[in-house]
Design a protein around this ligand. Structure first.
Ligand code: CA
Length: 244
């Protein structure tokens, strides 16, 4: 029997197309815009106008990723996030929050509840798509600590507890080293001050969320030409620059 060759179009989305994304968003035009654009990239997208409807659907079939509006009628996005992250069955579902400008306090809360990333309205579909791909890609990477990070002249050697910039040794305090190594594990990922403190605090490290800002200033100064790799995310926290 003669068979026509199958033409397989390479999806524009890099290795993560074909996955299911749920959107919980009450503003229909935004929800529709996201759905339309992510569908074009090869994702299977379903949208829900309320947290109650979204949670019911997630309970039936978990998506690969959830795009979650913070300001919703009824159950808020933060409450939805809290419920998902508390439940062993749903806590691994990556969450990208959608917030309005000026809602930094909610973004901080959401990140601390376990949300993976956020976008601020108005956002372009291109930006959202990039975040979706980044979150899915990071989720599929092994979570073991990277021993040596090399980026843009900066080299962090965790085993030797050593940092060099353009081959020159940089002397960091233990807590500065821990902060840098922690952030550099996941470039582009925003961490709140509280998350950074929790991640690096050991018995001997007197670091609080208030002293983080001072530590960052000192760390950037010591890193010199590589100092720009640590970015301040206004009102939210810090991240290591994502250079791709
Ligand atoms: Ca809303």
């Amino acid at each position: 029997m003669l068979e026509w060759p199958t033409i397989v179009e390479k999806p524009r989305g890099q290795a993560v197309a074909g996955r299911t994304i749920y959107i919980i968003e009450d503003e229909q035009d935004i929800s529709e815009l996201i759905r339309f654009n992510l569908s074009l990239e090869g994702y299977k997208v379903e949208s829900f106008p309320t947290g109650e409807a979204g949670l019911r659907a997630i309970e039936e079939v978990a998506p690969d990723l959830l795009i979650l509006d913070i300001m919703l009628p009824g159950m808020s996005g933060l409450e939805i996030c809290r419920r998902l992250k508390e439940d062993a069955k749903t806590k691994k579902i990556p969450v990208i929050m959608v917030s309005a400008r000026g809602e930094e306090a909610d973004i901080v809360k959401g990140l601390e509840l376990g949300a993976d990333d956020y976008v601020t309205k108005p956002f372009s579909p291109k930006v959202l798509h990039a975040r979706v791909e980044a979150v899915l890609r990071r989720g599929s990477e092994a979570k073991k600590a990277v021993e040596v990070v090399k980026i843009d002249g900066l080299e962090i050697n965790a085993g030797r507890v050593e940092v060099t910039v353009d081959g020159q040794r940089v002397n960091l305090t233990q807590s500065e080293f821990r902060i840098l190594h922690f952030l550099a594990q996941r470039p582009g990922w925003v961490y709140t001050r509280v998350q950074i403190v929790e991640a690096i605090r050991g018995e001997n490290y007197a670091v609080t969320d208030r002293t983080i800002d001072f530590q960052m200033v000192g760390l950037r100064k010591k890193l010199g030409s590589a100092g720009h790799l640590i970015e301040t995310v206004r009102g939210v926290g810090y991240r290591f620059k994502d250079i791709q």
